[in-house]
Design a protein around this ligand. Sequence first.
Ligand SMILES: Nc1ncnc2c1ncn2[C@@H]1O[C@H](COP(=O)(O)OP(=O)(O)O)[C@@H](O)[C@H]1O
Ligand SMILES: [Mg+2]
Length: 366
Amino acid sequence: MAAPIIELDDVSVTFREGGRTVDAVRHVSLNVQPGEIFGIVGFSGAGKSTLVRTVNLLERPTGGRVVIDGQDVTQLRGRQLRELRKSIGFVFQGFNLIGNVTVGANIDFALRAGGVPKERRRARTRELLDLVGLGQKADSYPSSLSGGQQQRVSIARALANEPRILLCDEATSALDVETTEEILALLRRINRELGITIVFITHQLEVAQRLFDRVAVMEHGEVIEQGTTFDVFAEPTHETTKALAERFLGVAVPRQLLPELPAGRLIELRYRGDAAFEPIISTVAQHHAVAVNVLHGTIEYFGTRPVGTLVVLVTATQPGQDGARAVDEALDDLAGRVLGFRELTSRTADGIGLEVDEVLEQEVTA
Ligand SMILES: Nc1ncnc2c1ncn2[C@@H]1O[C@H](COP(=O)(O)OP(=O)(O)O)[C@@H](O)[C@H]1O
Ligand SMILES: [Mg+2]
């Protein structure tokens, strides 16, 4: 692997407010490789924004080191700090455009701050707006643009001084689904064509799935899990990552459907979508006196790699104790052959007793 472009080494950030201290980031170490799209996910309050702000020292770590391109920048001040910030663009959830000047003036402002001479700024503004597909909007005011267009302007502005790194904090969280997809496509293009390394924070897994090469999951200021996006979400090891993945990948079985099912046990299985799954089901059905019925299935792609989710009903082919034991054994066997295994129901005397958890319930009612 190449030398990392961003290296966070045991970074901590503690806020003091009155007599209270908040450990917003605790001993985080991670590396971002040049040219990759690295994501940070986690629930609200996990410390994501604070962590990403340490990269350009908008937040100075109270412990640890920030290394950019091999240089320890943790203690930079003054002109050197300004130079560093020029090489790192920042995009926010709320766009943060200046409202009382035109789109072109917003970009011009950033160019001026970056020391670009007046005679070059006009052409460069034009070039940046063309890059984000807003070549016609230089004279418009931000308030006359849609949310997606405003975010494009803010991306153009972040790129004004030719940064090598782009930090995005919930940059799509205020946008609808189609607009989010457009912004993600733009960011992918910027990453590929300009070779800009992107660090993107989000609580939206559908964004993580589409955009990130690698991902770190944060909770209570710590990174609890990191790896390729596929590995982290196809085979999460930490409970919080499992909960995030479940929210996203979990299959909703309509409650109305359940009473009509014959007796049996309802199981949600997760498996690598590129592995053949049919043989697993038939092997389990052959080796144990059970029938396995597939009720529902989905495939989600992480980059180009598929993760499958199936809901199956496993029923005994013989009555009584023997049948129940065969089902138990079959489920153990099945659980050992898949990435994820979750029981959605338990068997009761009258058929299926519901043990649908909160997540499923939310999805069913949504
Ligand atoms: N400037 C600040 N002063 C005091 N506490 C802060 C400050 N910024 C963030 N926090 C606290 O740090 C924790 C992490 O916040 P944040 O980094 O914004 O999380 P996230 O972006 O994952 O939602 C939260 O408990 C938050 O209230
Ligand atoms: Mg945040």
